[in-house]
Design a protein around this ligand. Structure first.
Ligand code: PLP
Length: 373
């Protein structure tokens, strides 16, 4: 070891606020003094900016991404008993959103790149399958060409859990624009973070958009009064104002995240005990935004302890529980390919408070571990 011990937390929550504290305080005062709290112009502006940035026809602010996906799936027409195929490597939120929209959740394997495995999708299709809902995991878009082909061949709809992938692209097209409806999350630790729970739904069809506006606001139509059963799933105007600010600087955020990822890739590419995500710029079809830097590591649990002993925070996504592991929720699938991935996956620190020195330190400690183990 040539470097001295330093602390690299997995995520630095105060930094979400302190990074631009003065500007945020000014936004708080401005919105507060205007009394603009619910469905006001900051929200409308944010929705217009978000639609433009993501390349989506429509964007609507929502209370969080889970609600956004549930209402998106409902607006898209999923009915009681319709089977919806998802990746087992996703948050329980993907499953619960579809479940409460009436769909039957069918988890399938993730592939080597940790995205939903198209071959595994094909095997899970039955006469009741209605849709595929890939999770655009870790700031990367799944193979949407293969998924679109399967959907076309079998007459299936597509939805996306794009909670982690605002700004990521596949063949030039943005995450969240492939589906009938897609969710984006602004949870504080997400790439576009807010100061609490917040999310959005993206959609491309005007009819779906009109349904979603009703679903998020008590079914209240501007002229006709209440016209359907609905929810309260609005994004707070205050959060929208902060998010508007964060979206303006988001291209720099993405650039920095890609820089950190590139540095990890350069530092660790020759460590044979690891599988790394593809380095930014290494694939012509993709633009990844690195919500996470999730690696596959031999002796994963020992590595995690070793890193902790050296002041480095890591996280095993979903606490190591894939969807098909949640037997209490009624899942009976056996997915050995995903089980194997879940023995090795671990995320190392990649966020806006991480410095180049941090990256070099984390990399060196990892190299050190494999030299001695
Ligand atoms: C964060 C996340 C969600 C949930 O987002 P919320 O805004 O917290 O509801 C859903 N799916 C994935 C893949 C996520 O990472």
């Amino acid at each position: 070891m040539t470097q001295t011990k330093r602390n690299v937390p997995f995520f630095n929550y105060p930094f979400v606020f302190t990074s631009h504290e003065e500007d945020y305080v000014n936004i708080f005062k401005d919105v507060g003094r205007r009394g603009a709290f619910v469905l006001q112009k900051d929200l409308e502006e944010f929705e217009a900016n978000l639609a433009e940035y993501s390349g989506s026809k429509y964007a609507l602010g929502m209370s969080n991404a889970t609600d956004a996906l549930q209402l998106g799936v409902m607006a898209g027409g999923i009915k009681e008993g319709d089977e919806v195929i998802i990746s087992s490597h996703t948050m329980v939120a993907t499953a619960s959103a579809i479940h409460y929209a009436g769909g039957k959740v069918v988890p399938v394997d993730a592939g080597r790149d940790l995205q939903i495995d198209p071959e595994s999708i094909k095997k899970a299709i039955t006469s009741k399958t209605k849709a595929i809902c890939p999770t655009q995991l870790n700031g990367r878009v799944s193979d949407m060409a293969a998924i679109q082909k399967i959907a076309d061949d079998h007459g299936l709809d597509i939805y996306e859990d794009a909670a982690q992938s605002l700004g990521a692209k596949f063949q030039g097209r943005g995450a969240g624009t492939f589906g009938i409806a897609s969710c984006i999350s602004f949870y504080p630790a997400k790439t576009l973070g807010s100061f609490g729970d917040a999310g959005a739904v993206l959609c491309q069809d005007e009819e779906v958009y009109e349904k979603l506006k009703l679903l998020r606001d008590h079914g209240r139509h501007p002229e006709r009064g209440v016209i359907n059963w609905a929810f309260n799933a609005r994004l707070d105007n205050m959060q929208a104002a902060f998010l508007n600010y964060n979206l303006k600087i988001y291209p720099q955020t993405v650039e920095r995240r890609r820089e950190i990822a590139a540095r990890y890739c350069k530092n660790l590419s020759d460590v044979s005990h690891l599988v790394l995500p593809p380095a930014p710029g290494s694939e012509s079809e993709r633009f990844d935004i690195f919500q996470n830097f999730e690696i596959q590591a031999q002796k994963r649990d020992q590595l995690k302890t070793y890193l902790a002993d050296h002041g480095i925070g890591t996280l095993i996504q979903w606490n190591g529980q894939a969807i098909h592991h949640m037997k209490e929720l009624g899942f009976t699938q056996e997915l050995p390919q995903t089980d194997k991935l879940f023995d090795e996956i671990i995320m190392i620190p990649l966020n806006m408070s991480v410095t180049d020195e941090d990256v070099d330190y984390v990399s060196e400690v990892i190299r050190d571990f494999y030299k001695n183990n």
